[in-house]
Ligand binder design. Structure first.
Ligand code: AP5
Length: 215
């Protein structure tokens, strides 16, 4: 099974991905997480990607497609994968179609999680992430029990650099220009399902579950 989670920054892709992979035993391929980890460890990929990520721009396709190609060959992808944040351009989508046969998959569904812009800004600027385990919180919607401390591991919570208001606005513009065309691309292929992402986390997941149950 191969599922794509499509949606603007802050739509809740990562939040829903956690539930989907647990229930469906899928590998989680989140290009943002992979890139952030490369930046943290200072690899060549990370050094090249940082400049773009800090500005809220997309990392060039040629860097991202290579990492996805390799990741799809990892043993944990044998039962299928959930792509979270990839593809993000039509060019990345056509690359994916070329490499999927080698990985033994076709795309089952593309879930487009849709949220109004005001909520996206509120979600992103209020997000806090654990510096140790990566767990994600929100000052209003998912506050930790102790301020700035991770419930799961006790690590410190921080705000992602790209969640500052100015960068969030840039990311939303980039999404509109470079990623939204994918909606038509997958609509033509009759692969897309629209999810109302404005609802609470459980209600969003219910919609996703109904679709996955039909595959
Ligand atoms: P990436 O990490 O993928 O960021 P993104 O797509 O901008 O998405 P986010 O992680 O910000 O949001 P999300 O939709 O996962 O929301 P979340 O569940 O966390 O990419 C970062 C950067 O990497 C890019 O800008 C780019 O530079 C680069 N990059 C990555 N992939 C690339 C690619 N393919 N090509 C080129 N460059 C690439 O939720 C957000 C907040 O809202 C949380 O606090 C959460 O608790 C809260 N929340 C979630 N759901 C709800 C709900 N239903 N109600 C209330 N609050 C909610």
């Amino acid at each position: 099974m191969l599922i794509i989670l499509l949606g603007p920054p802050g739509a809740g892709k990562g939040t829903q991905a956690e539930r989907i992979i647990k229930e469906r035993q899928l590998a989680h391929i989140a290009t943002g997480d992979i890139l952030r980890s490369a930046v943290k460890t200072g690899t060549t990929l990370g050094r090249k990607a940082k400049h773009f990520m800090d500005q809220g721009k997309l990392v060039p396709d040629e860097l991202v497609v290579e990492l996805v190609k390799e990741r799809l060959m990892d043993p944990d992808c044998v039962n299928g994968a959930l792509l979270d944040g990839f593809p993000r351009t039509v060019n990345q989508a056509s690359f994916l179609e070329q490499v999927l046969p080698n990985a033994g998959f076709g795309i089952d569904r593309v879930l487009s999680v849709e949220v109004d812009e005001k909520s996206l800004i509120e979600r992103l600027t209020g997000r806090r992430v654990c510096s140790d385990c990566g767990a994600s919180y929100h000052l209003k919607f998912k506050a930790p029990q102790v301020r700035n401390v991770c419930d799961r591991c006790g690590g410190d919570l921080f705000q992602r650099d790209d969640d500052a208001l100015g960068t969030v606005k840039e990311r939303l513009q980039v999404y509109k220009k470079q990623t939204e065309p994918l909606m038509d691309y997958y609509q033509e292929k009759k692969l897309i399902d629209r999810i109302d992402g404005n609802l609470d986390v459980e209600q969003v997941y219910e919609q996703i579950k109904k679709i996955l149950d039909q595959i």
